[in-house]
Design a protein around this ligand. Structure first.
Ligand code: ADP
Length: 556
């Protein structure tokens, strides 16, 4: 800007000076021509009246000097006298403009311009009484010649003006630009500045306010977005088309098992597995893509969606969910289905085989009763299995009756032991119930199933002459059921798995002891239903103790 102002000032000065010189010269030239014409006319009149009186004698005896040329032309146009050349050498002048005008009107004038000598000749002719003509000519330099004459001083003046204007322009341009340079863009001062700058500063101030308002809005929506994404359990990553991370919440880092990671890095710094890369590449190709990753000891479902803007992918939105539990449940469901089918098939095959033999008369009369007993015991096994599956599926689906009644555990245990009295006697197991009356809010049916399964196991896996002891007690806010037996116990390595569905410690041993492998699963889910805990302490060959703790207050 300074340079532009500087150049403009110098140009204006130079052009003004040149124009002024040219115009003044032209004006002066005009004036001088006018004066010269007047002079020539006056002289022509003086000389012609002198010739009128004195004749040729005047012309020959007078020195006219170098400035003017005097010519006398007779009435035929023939030159009879000339101050510069011999009259005989000169041609007839009657066709000259000033001469022909003088012949006609008494006076005539003309001027001729010669480019080669850059001179202007001014002629004035006056007719005498004898019809001869006196012509006076004067030579005047042309305008161009005059301009050339003033060229030298003009250049000198121009040089002086340029030097002066350089100094002035430097100062002026600096003075003009200084207040603009001194403007504080962040805090424009509209009061203490040039009034010409006021609209600009006002605009700047309102723009600053607008920008700052918009920045505040952006900041607050960023914070809001950050808070929302940070509170998510799911991972969320947003990337640019080069897969550099723009936003990444803490859950995403945790789920992908990334250590230190800062936004702006490549998404591959979070996870570099091939599955992940392929999934992201597919999404960059414009298609929503999904994959399962195994990281941080769990399974993660990744959904990558392209963010499109006018036919091109301008980034990715990657959503990560922890599906470990979902996958485990899916595996359990598959295993459960196959176990159920297997467990149902075994007794049914036996029933089918025996009944087929009976139908074909292949069984001796005396064995019929024994075969019938086998069918009944397999059918009983089937019924028990189906009952257990029904109980478990009810607990699984959380569709167990939500009874919130007051249940007194001591009398419930008494009732359960009564139902198991026969099997305890058959096995030769002594049963005892100790403790106190403890009531809690819960489901009588489910609590009955918990007690039944624990006591049934304590009898089944006991030894002849062994004992089963049930104790009902409480600590503040919690009821405690302890079921101890002096049976065969559970080897340490199996303890962690006995609550799994269809898990039986020793398949060959268990085959002799009736069971579905679902009893303790029902116990576990029943306890969970009541927000309680179950613990097992056992020693192989010595016995087992199951301790169930349940909150007394109403189930939430
Ligand atoms: P089951 O129908 O086989 O009894 P459970 O789920 O009730 O199935 O028990 C799982 C396994 O845990 C049993 O097969 C058994 O091996 C073991 N078990 C359970 N309770 C006892 C116990 N009181 N003493 C010894 N082993 C037990």
């Amino acid at each position: 800007m300074t340079k532009k102002i500087f150049v403009s000032i110098i140009t204006i000065c130079a052009v003004s000076v040149i124009a002024a010189i040219v115009l003044v010269t032209a004006f002066m030239y005009d004036k001088s021509v006018e004066t010269a014409e007047k002079e020539v006319k006056t002289q022509a009149h003086i000389i012609s009246s002198a010739v009128e009186r004195l004749g040729e004698f005047f012309l020959e005896s007078t020195d006219f000097g170098d400035d003017i040329r005097v010519t006398w032309i007779d009435r035929r146009g023939q030159v009879v006298f000339d101050t510069e050349e011999a009259p005989e050498a000169l041609e007839n002048h009657s066709d000259r403009k000033e001469i022909s005008e003088a012949f006609e009107k008494g006076e005539g004038s003309s001027s001729r311009y010669s480019k080669t000598i850059m001179q202007k000749t001014i002629n004035y002719a006056v007719r005498l009484n004898d019809y001869s003509v006196i012509r006076v000519s004067s030579v005047h330099i042309s305008l161009e010649a005059q301009l050339l004459d003033v060229l030298k001083p003009m250049l000198l003046i121009l040089a002086v003006v340029v030097v002066f204007s350089v100094l002035a322009a430097t100062r002026v341009s600096r003075n003009i630009v200084r207040p603009i340079n001194n403007i504080d863009l962040a805090h424009p001062d509209t009061k203490n500045s040039y009034k010409e700058l006021a609209p600009l500063l006002e605009k700047l101030r309102s723009q600053n306010n607008k920008v700052s308002r918009q920045m505040d809005e952006i900041q607050s929506s960023r914070e809001q977005f950050g808070l929302m994404t940070e509170s998510m359990d799911e991972g969320l990553i947003i990337t640019d088309p080069k897969l550099n991370v723009l936003t990444c919440n803490t859950s995403a880092k945790k789920l992908l098992g990334a250590g230190t990671f800062t936004e702006g890095q490549s998404i591959y710094a979070l996870n570099n597995s091939e599955v992940f890369r392929i999934c992201l590449m597919n999404a960059l190709g414009g298609r929503r893509s999904e994959c399962i990753l195994r990281t941080g000891g769990g399974q993660r479902e990744v959904i990558a969606s392209p963010a499109n803007s006018i036919d091109m992918v301008c980034g990715l939105v990657v959503f990560i969910m922890d599906v470990t539990e979902k996958q485990e449940l899916e595996t359990m469901r598959r295993e459960f289905t196959s176990n159920v089918s297997h467990e149902l098939k075994t007794p049914l095959t036996t029933i089918y085989g025996i009944s087929d033999m009976l139908a074909n008369g292949m069984v001796k009369q005396e064995d019929v009763a024994q075969f019938g007993g086998n069918i009944r015991s397999e059918a009983e096994r089937l019924i028990n299995l189906i009952n257990d599956i029904v109980s478990l599926s009810k607990l699984d689906e959380d569709s167990a009756p939500r009874e919130n009644e007051s249940v007194e555990l001591y009398s419930l245990a008494e009732e359960v032991l009564g139902r198991l009295k026969l099997s305890a006697e058959e096995k030769g197991v002594n049963t005892e119930l100790t403790g106190e009356k403890v009531s809690l809010i819960g489901s009588r049916t489910i609590l009955g199933e918990i007690l039944y399964n624990l006591c049934d196991n304590a009898i089944k896996y006991n030894v002849s002459g062994g004992s089963l002891s049930v104790k009902i007690s409480h600590i503040p806010q919690r009821a405690i059921i302890t079921v101890s037996d002096t049976g065969m116990g559970i080897p340490q390595q199996h303890i962690g798995r006995i609550f799994e569905r269809f898990y039986r410690v020793d398949k060959s041993r268990s085959r002799k002891i009736k069971g579905t492998g679902l009893g303790l699963s029902i116990v576990k889910h029943g306890v969970m239903y009541h927000n309680g805990t179950v613990r097992v302490d056992s020693e192989a060959g010595k016995g087992t103790v199951f301790t169930v703790e349940l909150p007394i207050e109403k189930k939430q």
